[in-house]
Design a protein around this ligand. Sequence first.
Ligand SMILES: [Fe+2]
Ligand SMILES: [Fe+2]
Length: 265
Amino acid sequence: MMEIDRRAFLATLGAGSLQTMSSEDKAEALEHYLMGQLEGPKARPEGDGGEADALLDQENPQPRGTGRLLLPPRRPLEPMPEKPTFVDFFRLRFAPGNHVLQSANHALKTGQPERTVMACLLHDTVLELIKADHGWWGAQLYEPYVDERISWGIRYHQALRFYPDESVGYEYPYALYNRIFGEDYTPPDYIQRAYQYARNHSNYMEARLITLNDLYAFEQGVEVSIEPFIDIIGRNFKQPPEGLGNDNSPSAHMWRTIADANKPL
Ligand SMILES: [Fe+2]
Ligand SMILES: [Fe+2]
């Protein structure tokens, strides 16, 4: 399970900044730190994540809610095939995707329903495009192509991750947050409302299982390939024959932006 070096993490926040951070900022900082530990520094598209990249990122900081694909590209992104599939997008835009692959792998190894494996594989992929409210963005991106329970789970995992559920052994990140900052974290109102709604919904467990598998998906040095999931994707993702982005679905524009965010309008 997740281990975190409290001092190393606090050092990344910089001297004195803790006092000026809102609880929401702290919660985000903690999650980003865990992600960063797993995937390394996020380079701009095609950047190498080295010192020069870090400097450029410092000079032109992106709004924190934007994903890597919305940063000014240093070199062109890999071209997409003419009729791109979900797997093409995964390999060419969402990779390496260690976190989602690890969580899907945990769901698979522990015999959870196939749609949960699928939901785990998709749950945070939209972070490459946008981080703010990623549950809602991710749900909309996938809604036209998956079982309603999968996109529902993706939408509400964002709120549920802040709330423990002893019945399934879920306690992160309250416990973690409290341990690191020595104080309680209260999520913003809309997250509280989303949680209350989801808690009383018959699909509750769809989202809860995503947060549970999340706990096992921050392991450094563990690389999972997408290969074992190809058949599961085939059964759970309605791939449009004309390719994602060319299909006129309610989220086709989002796929086009992920393919190429460097268009003028
Ligand atoms: Fe997430
Ligand atoms: Fe996650």
